[in-house]
Write a protein that binds this ligand. Structure first.
Ligand SMILES: NC(=O)c1ccc[n+]([C@@H]2O[C@H](COP(=O)([O-])OP(=O)(O)OC[C@H]3O[C@@H](n4cnc5c(N)ncnc54)[C@H](O)[C@@H]3O)[C@@H](O)[C@H]2O)c1
Length: 429
């Protein structure tokens, strides 16, 4: 008997307000024409394999009971176990977690890590909880999603408002429930618990490595090049330091406290200690304050958005005078702005490639945990650099072949790998 054709939209989403999942679906539609016979399987990418919604009840310090909504979504596990962070934020929605999980599938496949994509979150403002409430919430959430996570099933990691301590609580809770210490159930752990050397700097280092590869393709010398960085935290601060050490001039930095500019180049080491002492770049004496909007219009070789999503939009994209944009943040460029940058010849290294250094060293952490044998930081950095360079080369090659942007090329590479795995595995039963 013939069946009605399948539809991309699951009934549990609101078609009128698809949120980030809608953006992701548009990106899949853009690459479908390049998937050849694999496009037969494309619906696989348009629905998450598994979406778990859990109630997370905890007793607050004042004796009342609070309930939080938690999620864990495994978008695709054709190429390996799920992998992706856990976010604690009051605005987390199922649509957002679904999209973030899907982008992890794409990122892991683009860099050729043996993982699928997953993501988790709790709809909570963690700043409103005490440390012990936060611990109870994290442990109860871990226990609730314990039915689908595990070192060979799905491996969470830190994301917005979660850190090494959160991962330690998650690892301990999972291990208590299993009755055996399972270090490989999460990555981004403290070193004392089987965390990896080099993990903290990995994303910024990966940004720098792919920026150097892009520069070579565009005939730009990194030594002496100008660099503009938004976000001077883990990703932006590390990337800026590596550029500085390679002889580039970081001429402007912006964060939530302000914007500093110095055409001769900021002293990045001094700026990093200013940030660690004061909490931001604002008020740094080694440069001049600059208008927030003017920051995006500076003439520069490299522009590194490494803070938030949706920073380069229709409002400022046409004014960007950078030769290369390297996306340290997730989703810093809106699809409309992306088209404007492409029209203006700005070379964009997309997030799914540029910030994959973090998950790459998470992969190394997981491998080290499995073998209980730990590598030196030098070894980790070398392996990271090789993997990032190879990933960039594969994506750049596809971009030249099909005359498409690096973002579309990264999606072509990734979706092809995922659907090839899907096809050769075949459908069960
Ligand atoms: N840390 C990782 O391993 C990793 C991996 C992949 C992607 N990312 C992405 O990189 C981005 C930055 O992450 P991070 O780990 O460096 O975070 P972080 O918290 O260490 O730093 C965030 C930075 O953004 C700045 N910022 C916040 N609000 C801002 C605003 N309104 N305007 C300008 N700047 C603002 C902060 O001041 C800070 O400098 C995020 O999009 C994150 O998802 C991080």
């Amino acid at each position: 008997m013939s069946q009605t054709p399948t539809h991309a939209l699951p009934s549990y989403l609101n078609a009128e307000d698809l949120g980030p999942w809608g953006n992701y679906l548009q990106q899949v539609d853009r690459v479908t024409p390049y998937l050849g016979s694999l496009s037969r399987w494309v619906e696989t990418l348009k629905r998450p394999k598994r979406s778990l919604i859990v109630d997370v009840p905890i007793e607050l310090d004042n004796g009342t009971i609070a309930h939080f909504e938690g999620y864990r979504v495994q978008h695709n596990v054709s190429r390996g176990p799920g992998k992706g962070g856990v976010r604690f934020h009051q605005d987390v929605t199922l649509s957002e977690v679904m999209a973030l999980a899907a982008w992890m599938s794409v990122k892991n496949a683009a860099v050729n890590l043996p993982y699928g994509g997953a993501k988790g979150g709790i709809r909570v403002d963690p700043r409103k909880l005490s440390a012990s409430e936060l611990e109870r919430m994290t442990r109860r959430y871990t226990s609730e999603i314990g039915v689908i996570i595990g070192p060979s099933k799905d491996i969470p990691a830190p994301d917005v408002n979660t850190n090494a301590q959160t991962m330690a609580w998650m690892m301990d809770t999972y291990s208590m429930n299993e009755g055996a210490t399972a270090t490989g159930v999460v990555t981004g752990k403290p070193i004392a618990l089987g965390g990896s050397l080099g993990r903290v700097e990995a994303t910024g280092r990966g940004v720098f490595v792919v920026a150097c590869e892009a520069a070579r393709d565009r005939n730009i010398d990194v030594a002496g090049a100008r660099v503009v960085v938004q976000g001077f935290g883990n990703v932006g601060g590390t990337a800026a330091r590596l550029f500085h050490e390679a002889g580039a001039k970081v001429i402007a930095a912006q964060d939530h406290t302000g914007t500093v500019h110095n055409a001769a180049g900021l002293d990045v080491h001094k700026l990093l200690s200013h940030v660690s002492q004061t909490g931001g770049v604002g008020g740094f004496s080694g440069g001049q304050a600059l208008d927030k909007a003017e920051f995006w219009t500076l003439e520069t070789e490299f522009l590194i958005p490494a803070a938030l999503e949706s920073q380069i939009t229709v409002d400022n994209a046409a004014k960007v005078r950078a030769k290369i944009v390297v996306e340290g943040a997730n989703g810093p460029t809106t699809p409309e702005a992306d088209d404007i940058l492409a029209e203006n010849g700005v070379y964009v290294v997309p997030d799914v490639l540029a910030n994959a250094g973090g998950v790459t060293v998470s992969y190394f952490e997981w491998v080290q945990d499995f073998s209980s044998f730990f590598w030196s930081e030098e070894e980790i950095n070398q392996r990271l650099e090789r993997l990032m360079r190879e990933a960039y080369a594969a994506v750049a090659q596809v971009s030249r072949e099909h005359k498409v942007t690096l973002r579309t090329a990264a999606f072509i590479v990734a979706c092809t790998r995922i659907l090839q795995a899907r096809q050769v595995r075949g459908l069960y039963p």
